[in-house]
Design a protein around this ligand. Sequence first.
Ligand code: GLA
Length: 408
Amino acid sequence: MKFRKRNSERVKDRAETATAGTEEIKKELVRIYREEFGKTPDIVTSAPGRINLIGEHTDYNGGYVLPVAIDRRTYTAAGKRGGELFIAFSKELGKKTSFEILPGKFEHSNFWVNYIKGACSLLSEIKPVKGMNFAIGSTVPRGSGLSSSAAYVVSILEAVSRLYEIPLKDIEIPLLAQRIENEFVGVQSGIMDPFVAKFARAQNALLIDSRSLDFKHVPIPEKGSILVCVTGVRRALATTEYNKRRQQCQAAVADLSERLGRKVELLRDVSLDELKSLKEQMDPILYNRSYHVVTENQRALQTFAALENEDLGLVGKLMLESHISLRSNYDVSGPELDTYVEIAEQLDGVYGARMTGAGFGGSAICLVDSDNEEELAAEVEARYRDRGYQEGHVFIARTGGGSRVERA
Ligand code: GLA
């Protein structure tokens, strides 16, 4: 009984932490908007950052992913200004910039504006969008592999589409967000990040079938907490290497089609047995990349089932297997991420750990016993710093819901 009481108190705590900070940043953003534009915004929207529990580098192969939205969000305060001019202020960058939608596309000097241009240009194809003001602020750490960019672009799409009453189905928001990343920002990212930013539910993981775009929620058992272990590094090569992995997967698909004598559209279409039977014939890099994707899809489905059964031990085991595969078959980990996972493996109360997101720096996650979350977070961080990585830090990730209107 005593234990149960403690548990329910903790749930309440969690719910409170999940909203902590939200009111402050919203108020501040409205104040900034008034200061910058001399009036109150017409709308304030928000969308969350995410961690991915498992299913890494599978989305662009038509596979399964299992992300969780966190309670760090990006907020967009927006209003109509008429005319052709768009003016945007970023709280984090302390920068204000103006532009007209056309010619749109890349602008290297003001990289963050590409997302707004992308959103306004693509939405204008559906229904004309006139000039607007934006003030944008975020609690999602940037460059930490927590998908601050999807939170950003989804919150903008929500604001612009609602303000101009553009008829969009829910599913079109992540699809447009992905196009903006691909066409206006130059990252060939998959559907996972904007999808979870739109459809997440607090205290749940979201299984997405990246091919059919079907999805289902599964509760995260209360005895599990997620630690986000920020490495403090982001490799300069991250985007190039990411795009390279995508090309290697496409090359593997072409190769497998030929060898199997049938049309393989995506790595999702190949079974593990088929793949293994071709091991000696395939280029080793293409084989390893395919092996990761095929086994990772299985792990994502197994993790979903383990969550349904509240078997956190099994979830942890699958997370570790995923990390090992990402490190050795997919080659997207790095010394910092491996160090976090090594540290976590040695601690009691940790179910499992792995890198999360694209890799090459960013963050790792640990699934830990929620009764000891504070101690474990402090211990993992201290040990990581002892290993010489002073820029690392660890926080307990509360979960969050998908994009929403904060104020209309
Ligand atoms: C980045 C991309 C996602 C996904 C992950 C790797 O976060 O934006 O689409 O491919 O990397 O799983």
